[in-house]
Design a binder for this molecule. Structure first.
Ligand SMILES: Nc1ncnc2c1ncn2[C@@H]1O[C@H](COP(=O)(O)OP(=O)(O)OP(=O)(O)O)[C@@H](O)[C@H]1O
Ligand SMILES: [Mg+2]
Length: 222
């Protein structure tokens, strides 16, 4: 469903060019959990940002269901992300001034196809599923790390994305909380056949993924 062709990313640092990704060819299948593992600085986040349309490649293409997403303008890309992609990051990226349920509602409010009541009901159901029915009106600063990540996951799910992109989703959590988050992600994959792309430097997190790929020196190894 998602494919990259000769995907390359370079950064210009003064007169030097840093080649982070050197021609990545990758196919992501619907319903799989793809683990992408590599050391710090290997380009994992860069790759995930390109796959998710958060950044543009220097060369090559990202193709979603036959369509080249690099050709979309910024507004079209934002709409694609809002409707079809969900993102979970290491540092949650919740909006500090909003409560848990408001953070979860936001992508659906932006999508603007359902009533506020319906959106609130869906946000509540997701937070409940993530074990947070008692934390609806807490702000991020009043939540633990694991709770914040569960809010972030609920927010990523409110528009039922085709693909959930996870960048070190447990990187900032203790082992036990990290395992809970992992179980939750895997459960979503099973229940909704949701495609997961999980980037991490820790093999452990993705050891039972459908497939694991290794990113090293800008190329992908199986
Ligand atoms: N905007 C930028 N400008 C210049 N160089 C960048 C930029 N973003 C990333 N880099 C460089 O690209 C390389 C890959 O960065 P990236 O964040 O993708 O690595 P990563 O594999 O996610 O690492 P980590 O495991 O530490 O998160 C790094 O060497 C980084 O310094
Ligand atoms: Mg990273």
């Amino acid at each position: 469903m998602l494919e990259t062709i000769d995907l390359s990313k370079e950064y210009k640092i003064g007169v030097n060019i840093l080649k982070v990704l050197r021609g990545i060819n990758l196919t992501v299948n619907k319903g799989e959990v793809l683990g992408i593992v590599g050391p710090s600085g290997a380009g994992k986040s860069t790759l995930l940002h390109l796959l998710g349309g958060l950044d543009d490649p220097t060369r090559g293409r990202v193709v979603l269901e036959g369509k080249d997403i690099s050709k979309l303008n910024n507004r079209q890309k934002a709409q694609l992300r809002n409707r079809h992609f969900g993102f979970v990051f290491q540092f949650y990226h919740l909006l500090a001034e909003f409560t848990a349920i408001e953070n979860v509602m936001l992508p659906a409010i932006l999508k603007n196809t359902e009533s506020r009541d319906k959106i609130k009901e869906k946000a509540f159901d997701l937070l409940k599923k993530c074990g947070l029915s008692e934390r609806l009106h807490h702000r991020p600063s009043e939540l633990s790390g694991g709770e914040q990540q569960r809010v972030a996951i609920s927010r990523a799910l409110i528009n039922m994305p085709k693909i959930l992109f996870c960048d070190e989703p447990t990187g900032n959590l203790d082992t036990e909380t990290g395992l809970h988050i992992k179980d939750l992600l895997w459960q979503l994959n099973k229940e909704y056949n949701m495609t997961l792309i999980v980037v991490t430097h820790a093999n452990e997190l993705v050891k039972d993924a459908t497939r694991i790929m290794y990113l090293q020196d800008g190329v992908m190894l199986n």
